[in-house]
Design a protein around this ligand. Structure first.
Ligand SMILES: [Zn+2]
Length: 113
């Protein structure tokens, strides 16, 4: 099932998985940002404040308190992100984001005969 998407920007989806940054937790809380264009790889934000993409860990800012700020941003992203299992839907032609396939155990259960 597809749902309409709010225009512009990335789609944020909750996940649990391996941190490739500071905390190194195997089951870290992650938010995956799928970009508007399907030509670009998603960016992963970890609860510890680190982020990475297909080319590895992003550089850490040379600024006092940056990790605390990133962790605060993470909580805000987590609170508004789509539930785990949500998939972005890209247009076949220009590969632009057209919607999301929302993970919904309740709806899936109703669709099962
Ligand atoms: Zn981490």
């Amino acid at each position: 099932m597809s749902a309409p998407i709010i225009c512009g920007g990335s789609v944020y989806v909750r996940a649990a998985g391996q941190c490739h940054g500071l905390c190194g937790k195997p089951d870290a809380r992650l938010v995956i940002a799928y970009p508007e264009s399907g030509w670009y790889a998603p960016i992963v934000y970890c609860e510890c404040g680190d982020m990475w993409g297909e080319e590895g860990l992003f550089p850490r800012p040379f600024a006092r308190g940056w990790r605390q700020r990133k962790q605060t941003q993470f909580v805000a992203r987590w609170d508004t992100a789509h539930p785990e299992g949500t998939k972005p839907v890209y247009d076949d032609g220009d590969h632009m984001l057209t919607g999301v396939k929302v993970a919904s155990p309740i709806l899936d259960a109703k669709e099962t005969p």
